[in-house]
Design a protein around this ligand. Structure first.
Ligand code: NAG
Ligand code: NAG
Length: 984
C-alpha cells in the first residue's frame, strides 16, 4: 500500500510539474522496430508543417522517409537536430520552397531524394553542408536551370538524377558539375535539352550519362567530350541525325542506346569509332536481313567479339539461318525482344554463334515451340545457359523442343498461353536448374514431364489450371528445393503424387481447391520442408475434437500459412492441430472465421516467433487466459481487428520476448496496464482504431503510454478519445484520477457529513437574516424603499406594535388606552389599522419597523407560534444586533418558561441582551398598582434612550405565576440589566 501511495505520489508530481512526456512515441512518424531508433517513416500525413512533423525525432536518426505528404516548404534548419542522418527521402510531397539553410547540419547525409515534387528553384548554397552526399535525386520536378555553384560542396556526389524536369541549358549543368571528382552516373532523361554543347568538359569520373527523351537535334560537342563515357543513352531523341556523331569519340562506349532515334545505324557505324562491347540498336529500324547483314559486317570489321547485342523493337519478323553469321562472335546475350518473331526455328539463326550464353525473345509473336529432335546439333550451343520466351503467345510446346540445347540452366516460358506441354517437351534438359512455367494454361502434368530434369531446383507452375497431381509427377526431382503450385485448381494429390521430392524445402499450394490437409503426402519431405503455404484453399473443420495433426512430422517447418480459407474459413481449429511443429517460426491464421480460440490452441508451438491472427475470427473474440502461455519465443503478435472486448493480464502472461504487438482495430474501451507491463521486451505497440475512453479507467494506460521509455506507441498523439475525436487520448485530463482513493473517499464523505450537519444550523441561524437581507435588497432599489427611508427619517410612529390576533383584546383594551390616551400621546402603528391595503405584508412589516422608533412585541404563547410576529421580532432584533439601534421592547403577556422559549434561539438571545417587561396579570396580589408601574416603565422606555435601568423596587414580589414550578430563571449575566426579574 505504501508503494502504491508512493507511486501515486510520484505520478502526481510528474503530472503536476509540466506536461512532461518521456515516452517513446512520436507525433507523426513511425520508428522501424528493428532499427534501434535510427529509421523513421513519416508517410501519408495531412500535416503541411515540416517542422511539426519531425520536431520530436531523436538525434539518433540515420534514415528518414517523409513521403506522400502535403508538405510544400522546408524551412531553414529543419533537420539541424538530426546530425547523424545518412538517408533522407522527401519524394512524392508537394515541395515548392526549400529555404537556403534547410539542410544545414546534415554533414553525414549520403543520400537525398527530392523526386516527385514541384521544385522549380534551388538556392545556390542549399547543399553547402552535404559534403558526404553520394546520391541525389531531383527527378520529376520543374527545374528550368541549375544555379551556379550548387554542387560546390558535394564533392562525393556519385549519382545525380535530374530526369523529368524542364532543363534546357546543358552547358549550365556541366559547369556546375565540372569540379566533381566522383560523379559516375548522370541522368538527364525527359528534359528539354537540344544539344550537348558545353564550355567545360564532363567530370572525368563520369561513366554513364542518360539523355533519353530530350530534344537533341545535334550533339554539338568536342571530339573528346564523351571520350570517357561507357554507357550512353540517347534513346527517343527522334530528331537526332546520324551525322551528329561525326567526329565524336565513342571509343570507350560499351553500351550505347540508340533506341527509337532517327540514327541510321549503318551510316553511324561508318562514321563512328564505336567498338562496342555491348550495343543497343533497338528501335533503329533494322527490320530486314539486308540491314542486319550490313550491320553485322560493319561490326565485324571493327570487333571480333561482341558481348551483348540488343536488337529489340526493330520489327524483325524472321531471321534467316545465315544472317547472324556475318556478325562478330557474341559472347554474352543476344536480345531480340519486342520484335515480331513468329518462329524460333530451333534457333537455327544462332547456329554459328557457338559462344552465345543467353538468348532473349520476350515480347514477340511466338505461338508454338516446335520439336527440335531432328536437329541433332549436340555441339551447337555449348555455352547457351539461359533462354527466355516470356510474354509471347506460345500455346503449345512440342516434344523435344529444347533437345538441342542440353546445357541450359534457366528456361523461362512463363507468361504465355501454353495449354499443351508435350510430356517429352523438356526431354534432354538434364542441366536445367530453374524452370518457369507460371502464368500459362496448363491443365495436366504427366509422370514423365520432368523425367530428365534431375538437376531442377526451382519449378514454378503458379497460375495454371492444374487440377490433379498424378502419381509420380515429380518422382525424378530429387534436387528440387522450391515447388510453386499456387493459383491452380488442385483438389487432390494422388497418393504418391509428391513422391521423389527428397529435397523440397518451399512448397506453395496457396489459392488451390484443397479441402483437407493430407498428411500422408508430406512424408517424403518431412525433414526438409521449411515453408508450407496453404493460404486461400477450401480447408474447413466442422468440429473441434482432437485429430491426428496433419503436420505431425514436419519437424523442420518454419513458415505455415493457413490464412483466408475460402469461402467460409477454417471455422474451427481441432484440438492439438499444430502438434509436432517444433520448429515453426511463423504462423498465419488471418481471415478464417474462427468461432473460438481454445486456451490450448497454440500450446505445441514453443518455437513460434511470429503469429498473426488479424481478422481471424467471427465477431467478438475472447482471448482466453493462457492462450499464448507456451509462446515464450514470440516476438511479433498481431491480434488486429479480432473484436477483442477486453483481456486479462494472464492472456499475455508468458510473452517475455514479445517486441511488437498490434492491438489495433479492436473494440475494447480500456486496456489493463498490468497486462502490458508484463511484456518486458515490448518495443512497438499499435493501439490505433480502438475506442479508448478518456476516463479514469484509462488514466494509468495514458500515463504508461506517455512515460514508457521503451515502448513506441504508434502515432500515440493522434489516438482520439472515443467520445469525441477532437480530444486526444494522450492528454485528456487525468489529474483528478490520481488522488488516493482512500483520501478521496474520506474527503468527500467528510464534506457530505459537514454539509448535512451545517444545513439545519444555517437554516436556523441565517434563515431570517437571509430572508431579511433579501427583502431589504429587493426594496433597496425600489421606489418603495425610498419612501420607506423618508418615512424613517420622519419616524412617523413612536412604536410599532407587533402582536398576535389572539392578544388583540389586551392591545385594544389595555395598550392603546394607556399609550395613546390617558394623558400620553404616543402614535402607535397597528397592523389592522395602519398597514397599507394591497401591499405585500412583508413590505408592510419592514416599512412599519423602519418608520417606528420602537417595536413593541407583545409576547405570548400565541405570538411565538405566529410566523409574522417572528419576522417582526427578527427584524427588530436585527436592528438591535447589526445596526446597533435598540428598537425592541418585549412585553411578556404571560409567563413563558425557558423550555418553551428554547426553540426561539434568537428570541432567547434578545432576552439575554435586552430588558423585557412582564405584564402583571390578574393573578398578582396587587394588580392595579403593579400595572400602573408597568405602564410608567413602558412609556419611559419608549421616550428615553434605549436602555432601561434595573430598578430593584420594581420587583413584583407578588407576581408569582400559577405554574411556578415550571418557571425557571432566565439565564443572566453581569452585563444584562433587568427591569423585572423573577424570583424563585
Ligand atoms: C542502440 O543504440 C545505442 C546508442 O544509440 C547503443 O548504445 C545500443 O547498443 C544499440 N543497441 C543495439 C541493439 O544495437
Ligand atoms: C510549424 O510548426 C512549428 C512547431 O510546431 C511552429 O513553431 C511553426 O510556427 C509552424 N509553422 C507554421 C507555418 O505553421
Amino acid at each position: 500500500m505504501a508503494g502504491l501511495t508512493h507511486q501515486f505520489l510520484s505520478v502526481t508530481v510528474v503530472l503536476g510539474a509540466v506536461q512532461l512526456i518521456n515516452g517513446y512515441s512520436f507525433n507523426n512518424c513511425i520508428l522501424d522496430v528493428n532499427s534501434n531508433r535510427t529509421h523513421f517513416n513519416c508517410i501519408n500525413l495531412k500535416d503541411k508543417n515540416m517542422t511539426a512533423i519531425i520536431h520530436d525525432l531523436p538525434r539518433s536518426v540515420t534514415s528518414l522517409t517523409i513521403s506522400k505528404n502535403q508538405v510544400w516548404h522546408i524551412p531553414n534548419n529543419s533537420f539541424a537536430h538530426l546530425p547523424w542522418m545518412q538517408n533522407l527521402r522527401l519524394d512524392h510531397n508537394r515541395l515548392r520552397i526549400i529555404d537556403q539553410l534547410a539542410f544545414q547540419n546534415l554533414h553525414q547525409l549520403q543520400s537525398l531524394n527530392l523526386s516527385f515534387n514541384n521544385i522549380s528553384v534551388l538556392h545556390p548554397s542549399l547543399f553547402v553542408d552535404l559534403h558526404n552526399l553520394t546520391f541525389l535525386s531531383l527527378t520529376n520536378n520543374t527545374l528550368k536551370q541549375l544555379p551556379g555553384g550548387i554542387f560546390s560542396a558535394t564533392l562525393n556526389l556519385n549519382t545525380l538524377n535530374m530526369s523529368q524536369n524542364l532543363l534546357t541549358n546543358f552547358s549550365g549543368i556541366t559547369e556546375s558539375l565540372s569540379h566533381l571528382r566522383n560523379l559516375k552516373k548522370l541522368d538527364l532523361c525527359f528534359n528539354s535539352l537540344t544539344s550537348l554543347s558545353s564550355n567545360v568538359s564532363l567530370p572525368t569520373s563520369l561513366t554513364a550519362i542518360y539523355l533519353c527523351r530530350n530534344n537533341l537535334s545535334t550533339l554539338g560537342c568536342e571530339h573528346s567530350f564523351l571520350g570517357l563515357i561507357e554507357v550512353l543513352d540517347l534513346s527517343y531523341n527522334s530528331r537526332l541525325p546520324t551525322m551528329a556523331f561525326e567526329g565524336v569519340d565513342l571509343g570507350r562506349i560499351n553500351y550505347l542506346r540508340l533506341r527509337s532515334t532517327s540514327v541510321k545505324v549503318v551510316a553511324f557505324l561508318n562514321i563512328s569509332n564505336i567498338n562496342a562491347g555491348s550495343v543497343d540498336f533497338s528501335g533503329t529500324g533494322l527490320k530486314n536481313d539486308r540491314l542486319l547483314i550490313e550491320l553485322c559486317r560493319l561490326l565485324k570489321t571493327k570487333v571480333k567479339w561482341i558481348k551483348n547485342l540488343h536488337l529489340g523493337i526493330n520489327g524483325i519478323k524472321n531471321l534467316t539461318t545465315d544472317t547472324l553469321n556475318y556478325c562478330p562472335n557474341i559472347t554474352g546475350y543476344l536480345d531480340l525482344s519486342h520484335n515480331e518473331l513468329k518462329f524460333t526455328n530451333c534457333l537455327h539463326f544462332l547456329k554459328r554463334q557457338t559462344y552465345i550464353k543467353g538468348f532473349n525473345a520476350e515480347h514477340n509473336h511466338l505461338t508454338t515451340l516446335q520439336s527440335c529432335k531432328t536437329q541433332t546439333q549436340n555441339t551447337a550451343f555449348k555455352y547457351l545457359e539461359e533462354l527466355t520466351y516470356r510474354y509471347n503467345r506460345i500455346l503449345s510446346v512440342s516434344s523435344h523442343a529444347f533437345y538441342h540445347m542440353q546445357n541450359i540452366k534457366t528456361l523461362q516460358l512463363n507468361i504465355n498461353t501454353i495449354a499443351f506441354l508435350h510430356h517429352e517437351a523438356l526431354k534432354g534438359l538434364t542441366k536445367l536448374e530453374t524452370l518457369r512455367l507460371d502464368n500459362n494454361l496448363l491443365t495436366d502434368l504427366f509422370n514423365d514431364t520432368f523425367e530428365d530434369n534431375v538437376k531442377l531446383q526451382t519449378l514454378n507452375l503458379r497460375n495454371n489450371r492444374i487440377a490433379v497431381i498424378f502419381n509420380g509427377t515429380f518422382h525424378r526431382l530429387g534436387k528440387l528445393i522450391t515447388l510453386d503450385l499456387g493459383g491452380n485448381k488442385i483438389t487432390h494429390f494422388q497418393p504418391s503424387g509428391l513422391d521423389g521430392l527428397k529435397s523440397l524445402s518451399k512448397f506453395y499450394l496457396d489459392g488451390n481447391n484443397l479441402k483437407q490437409i493430407d498428411s500422408s503426402l508430406y512424408r517424403v519431405f518431412q525433414g526438409t520442408l521449411t515453408v508450407l503455404d496453404l493460404q486461400s484453399n477450401m480447408i474447413r473443420f466442422f468440429n473441434g475434437t482432437e485429430i491426428m495433426s496433419p503436420f505431425q512430422n514436419l519437424s523442420a517447418l518454419r513458415d505455415l500459412k493457413l490464412d483466408g480459407q475460402r469461402p467460409h474459413g477454417l471455422t474451427l481449429l481441432p484440438r492439438a492441430f499444430f502438434r509436432g511443429l517444433h520448429s515453426l517460426k511463423s504462423l498465419y491464421l488471418t481471415q478464417n472465421n474462427l468461432i473460438a480460440l481454445a486456451a490450448d490452441a497454440f500450446d505445441d508451438l514453443t518455437g513460434l516467433r511470429f503469429l498473426t491472427l488479424d481478422s481471424c475470427c467471427v465477431g467478438v473474440t475472447k482471448l482466453q487466459p493462457g492462450v499464448f502461455k507456451n509462446l515464450r519465443n514470440l516476438t511479433i503478435l498481431i491480434v488486429e481487428n479480432m473484436g477483442i472486448q477486453n483481456f486479462s493480464k494472464e492472456v499475455f502472461g508468458n510473452l517475455t520476448r514479445l517486441s511488437v504487438l498490434h492491438l489495433n482495430r479492436n473494440i475494447m474501451q480500456s486496456i489493463n496496464v498490468d497486462a502490458l507491463q508484463n511484456l518486458t521486451k515490448l518495443q512497438y505497440l499499435d493501439i490505433r482504431g480502438i475506442p479508448l475512453t478518456c476516463t479514469c479507467q484509462n488514466s494509468l494506460l495514458q500515463n504508461w503510454t506517455r512515460n514508457n521509455p521503451k515502448v513506441q506507441v504508434v502515432l500515440l498523439y493522434n489516438v482520439p478519445c472515443q467520445h469525441d475525436a477532437k480530444f486526444k487520448f494522450y492528454n485528456f485530463d487525468s489529474k483528478v484520477c490520481y488522488i488516493d482513493l482512500g483520501k478521496y473517499l474520506f474527503l468527500s464523505t467528510a464534506v457530505v457529513i459537514f454539509l448535512f450537519t451545517l444545513s439545519p444550523i444555517l437554516y436556523v441561524k441565517l434563515y431570517w437574516k437571509m430572508k431579511y437581507s433579501y427583502y431589504v435588497f429587493r426594496s433597496w432599489f425600489g421606489e418603495k424603499w425610498r419612501r420607506l427611508r423618508e418615512e424613517e427619517e420622519n419616524c412617523e410612529y413612536d412604536a410599532f406594535i407587533s402582536y398576535n390576533s389572539f392578544d388583540e383584546q389586551w392591545v385594544m383594551e389595555q395598550l392603546i388606552p394607556n399609550l395613546e390616551g390617558n394623558g400620553s400621546s404616543f402614535k402607535l402603528c397597528l397592523h389592522h389599522r395602519d398597514f397599507e391595503l394591497g401591499r405585500n405584508i412583508v413590505d408592510n412589516i419592514v416599512s412599519a419597523v423602519y418608520s417606528s422608533r420602537k417595536t413593541i412585541c407583545v409576547v405570548s404563547r400565541n405570538f411565538l407560534q405566529s410566523e409574522w410576529c417572528s419576522l417582526e421580532i427578527q427584524l427588530a432584533s436585527y436592528r438591535l444586533f447589526d445596526e446597533h439601534r435598540d428598537v425592541l421592547l418585549l412585553v411578556f403577556l404571560e409567563p413563558i418558561s425557558e423550555r418553551q422559549l428554547s426553540s426561539y434561539h434568537r428570541m432567547r438571545k434578545v432576552m439575554l441582551k435586552k430588558t423585557y417587561l412582564q405584564w402583571p396579570g390578574s393573578d398578582c396580589t396587587n394588580p392595579m398598582q403593579a400595572q400602573d408601574l408597568f405602564w410608567n416603565h413602558l412609556r419611559r422606555a419608549m421616550t428615553t434612550g434605549s436602555r432601561l435601568k434595573t430598578e430593584e423596587s420594581l420587583k413584583c414580589d407578588v407576581c408569582v405565576p400559577a405554574e411556578s414550578e415550571e418557571t425557571k430563571h432566565f439565564e443572566t449575566s453581569d452585563e444584562n440589566d433587568y427591569l423585572l426579574q423573577k424570583e424563585n
